[in-house]
Design a protein around this ligand. Structure first.
Ligand code: DAT
Ligand code: MG
Length: 171
């Protein structure tokens, strides 16, 4: 009896942790050039058709202060002032996407930082040419994703939900 309960419990734990793994979140942002060039819909479509869940989205013109925090790790780089000016040159579309391995897969969907190195089929590979106009941001690790999500969104703006398609995307 106890053995049966134990097996049942461990099965539950496996199923539960599997479901939790599907809750990984990443921070994706269409940069001002992506917005100006009318690529917001196409970018959202890539994440939707992959099967990831949209958890938050807004349209905003970010302050330099926020952008300096967002790119704090790059503050010492020669391109930093230009990067902040570019990111502050128009509205952006920050988003949170959720799903299994969404951070790593999201980076693969974006392509390399420099579009010259981004493979065809990736967002940067298909839609842009230069590193200073690479149209989209994506978190590079779970830890930075969590930091970026907290920087751009309030907790109440993150909407947990289960799409009707969920059981057809995850086994
Ligand atoms: P990523 O956006 O792929 O995470 P990153 O974090 O190294 O790349 O840099 C942030 C942004 O800064 C990048 O999307 C474009 C810009 N950038 C990076 N390296 C650059 C460079 N060598 N010259 C100009 N801009 C650069
Ligand atoms: Mg980065």
């Amino acid at each position: 009896m106890i053995a049966t309960l134990l097996v049942f419990y461990s099965l539950l734990t496996v199923v539960y942790s599997d479901k939790m793994a599907n809750k990984e979140r990443t921070f994706i942002m269409v940069k001002p050039d992506g917005v100006q060039r009318g690529l917001v819909g196409k970018i959202i479509e890539r994440f939707e058709q992959k099967g990831f869940r949209l958890v938050a989205l807004k349209f905003t013109w970010a302050s330099k202060e926020l952008l300096e925090k967002h790119y704090a790790d790059l503050a010492g780089r020669p391109f930093f002032p230009g990067l902040v000016n570019y990111m502050n040159s128009g509205p952006v579309v920050p988003m949170v996407w959720e799903g299994l391995n969404v951070v790593k897969t999201g980076r693969q969907m974006l392509g390399a930082t420099n579009p010259a190195d981004s493979l065809p089929g990736t967002i940067r590979g298909d839609f842009c040419i230069q590193v200073g106009r690479n149209i989209i941001h994506g978190s590079d690790a779970v830890e930075s994703a969590n930091k970026e999500i907290a920087l751009w969104f309030d907790e109440k703006e993150l909407i947990p939900w289960t799409p009707a398609s969920n059981d057809w995307i995850y086994e």
